[in-house]
Design a protein around this ligand. Structure first.
Ligand SMILES: [Zn+2]
Length: 196
């Protein structure tokens, strides 16, 4: 599979194409900016390779520990980190839960010293309102994140196919002909049973 540096290059080189295509499809510079931002963030920091100690993992700086439990659960290149849609969806949910827990912890500490108004219902209402009011923007962001993950998984697949090709030649890439299996001694056994 390609190195972290190659993945970074692929992200940076394909960014203008992603921006141009989104602009052509949506005719909105706002949405093109969100999709491109999501794509760039996905490629550099939110990549499927967060399932191991990779460049995207290190880029989280002092917050990188957030991803350690994720790495413990995910096998590298598993369907749940590199799979279509499921990889991005699980990472988004995972990050949302982490930020929520972190937020609750920080609010708890602040409340020890100052009395601030805080309620679960208030937060839930705010989140739902934002998700609904800015649904197009949220969908655009998710599309950008998914595009970044897709380009990663595709280049992983391309890299390993190329390596296999170099090792075993063209024949390895062609669909293998399945030889018809010779019938085993089953018929003999039947015969013997019949003769008894
Ligand atoms: Zn990967």
């Amino acid at each position: 599979m390609p190195s972290g540096q190659t993945h970074d290059r692929i992200t940076l080189w394909s960014l203008p194409a992603v921006t141009g295509l989104t602009l052509a499809v949506t005719r909105s510079s706002n949405l093109a900016l969100i999709v491109s931002g999501g794509f760039l963030f996905s490629g550099l920091m939110f990549s499927p390779d967060l399932d191991l100690r990779s460049r995207p993992f290190k880029r989280w700086g002092w917050l990188r520990w957030i991803w350690i439990p994720y790495q413990k659960v995910m096998r590298h290149r598993s369907f749940f980190s590199h799979g279509l849609l499921i990889g991005t969806t699980l990472r988004v949910l995972y990050l949302a839960v982490c930020f929520l827990l972190l937020g609750v912890f920080i609010v708890g500490i602040i409340q020890l010293f100052r009395d601030i108004a805080w309620s679960w219902q208030g937060l839930e209402r705010e989140v739902r309102r934002s998700l609904f009011e800015h649904r197009v923007e949220w969908i655009a962001l998710f599309a950008g994140l998914e595009l970044g993950a897709l380009s990663h998984s595709f280049s992983d697949w391309l890299g390993s196919t190329y390596k296999r090709f170099k090792r075993k030649g063209l024949r390895e890439l062609q669909p293998q002909k399945v030889k018809p299996k010779k019938p085993r001694r089953k018929s003999g056994r039947v015969k013997r049973r019949n003769s008894q």
